[in-house]
Design a protein around this ligand. Structure first.
Ligand SMILES: *Cc1c(COP(=O)(O)O)cnc(C)c1O
Length: 412
């Protein structure tokens, strides 16, 4: 099959493996479990080690199954190259480990996935200053910049309160100042939004979530979009500057984070994620449509105190989200009126499962303040706009009518 520019998102994913020779005409890239790769000529092994020719050497730094998935993610994000990690946090941790040094400063959205928030506390303890800014308005990000700011980090739609970052304006600001813009695209996925279009240099995806999509494999990725000029980045070590400047960032990330810290994706997980990714667009469309229907129903119910979903006209960044995203995603959160216990409500749901993953085929619900955001304490929760009774919902691909029934009956 020869490459043609005009294939759509799903066609591209389905046929990407066949762009390169694939063993025995297999339609899936096979799962390679070998930890190491042998060469008949020892000189060739040396030349692979020295980066003079492509090839695999040891599983921690790469493997044909993972490489095929990386290639697919690069296509999904319209990027230049991708590195996969064992988890989404492995990918975000890599940014910290490989690219930041004591004395550096970063600006992060204050609306963040809880473990990313915790990681930035670790960074702060190791000499990286982290300024949190309300990223729904570029002015707050601009005000937080210092001459030592190495990167700006935001999520597209924040987990769990669904604040939407002022992505295009922050991207422009970072371009003007030569600052690396890192966007966690997990909530939108490359089907709903490509951070490259707003100037992001690095894109994070927790593959565990919508891309894998079935709750059966952990994984994460970093994609270099080609938008950032790495020659402007002060923390690249001399040995990675032997590559062309466009490759500096990923060369250092591969060695300093993936190789040296070893949060490598397992080939079996890469296979599950690659198969899951084939239906990403279909799942996102169904889940986004159901999320809109369920949130409209909840918003109209007087027993519900607040509903947070970028697809609702009442959402403060509804217009921004409509400009940026193909649909509004599978995640929403809501608060019940005082007097309705959130645990009792969750226990009455028959389809919504109390569990902490998201982007799954099944609808998952969680009382945020008592679980995933418990450790950070009430004060930090309040600063992130997270009420004690907040329920987060990751809408699955069940039939929309069944979900509407389930969320309504649990109120009745
Ligand atoms: C889940 C999640 C992560 C981390 O992914 P894991 O694979 O669970 O480590 C990072 N960012 C966001 C927005 C997430 O939802």
């Amino acid at each position: 099959m020869s490459e043609k520019k005009s294939y759509g998102f799903t066609t591209t994913i389905l046929h990407n493996d066949r762009q390169k020779p694939i063993e025995h005409g297999s339609l899936h890239k096979p799962i390679h479990t070998s930890v190491t790769f042998g060469y008949n000529d020892a000189r060739q092994l040396a030349s692979v080690f020295q980066g003079k020719e492509p090839g695999f050497r040891y599983g921690r730094q790469g493997n044909p199954t993972i490489s095929a998935l990386e290639d697919k993610i690069t296509k999904m994000e319209d990027g230049v190259s991708t590195l996969c990690f064992a988890t989404g946090m492995g990918a975000i941790g890599a940014v910290f480990q490989a690219l930041l040094r004591a004395g550096d400063h970063i600006v992060s959205s204050s609306f963040l996935f809880g473990n990313t928030n915790s990681l930035w506390q670790t960074a702060a303890g190791q000499g990286v200053e982290v300024a949190f800014a309300d990223a729904t308005d570029v002015a707050n990000v601009e005000a937080a910049l210092t001459p030592a700011t190495r990167l700006v980090f935001v999520e597209t739609i924040a987990n769990p309160r669904t604040q939407v970052a002022d992505l295009a304006r922050i991207g422009r600001l970072c371009k003007e100042r030569g600052i690396l813009f890192v966007v966690d695209n997990t909530m939108t996925s490359p089907y709903l939004f490509r951070p490259k279009t707003v100037g992001a240099g690095l894109v994070v995806n927790a593959l565990t979530k919508s891309i894998g999509g079935h709750g059966n494999a952990l994984g994460g990725s970093l994609t270099d979009t080609g938008e950032y000029d790495w020659s402007a980045f002060p923390n690249i070590a001399a040995n990675y500057k032997r590559n062309p400047p466009a490759q500096w960032g990923m060369a250092q990330l591969r060695a300093k984070a993936l190789r040296d810290f070893g949060a490598s994706l397992a080939p079996e997980a890469a296979h599950h994620i690659a198969v899951g990714a084939e239906t990403l667009a279909l799942r996102m469309e169904r889940a986004s449509a159901s999320a809109l229907a369920v949130t409209r129903m909840l918003e109209a119910d007087e027993r519900v105190a607040a509903v947070y979903y970028p697809g609702l006209a009442s959402h403060p960044q509804h217009a921004l989200a409509s400009d940026l995203f193909k649909a509004y995603g599978s995640l929403f959160s809501f608060e019940l009126k005082d007097g309705i216990d959130c645990f009792d409500y969750l226990n009455r749901l028959k389809l919504g499962i109390s569990a902490s993953n998201l982007g799954d085929t099944r609808t998952l619900v969680i009382p945020v303040s008592h679980t995933i955001f418990f450790e950070m304490g009430a004060e930090r929760r309040a600063s992130m706009g997270i009420a004690e009774s907040l329920i987060r919902v990751s809408v699955g691909i069940e039939d929309t009518a069944d979900l509407l029934d389930d969320f309504r009956c649990a109120l009745d």
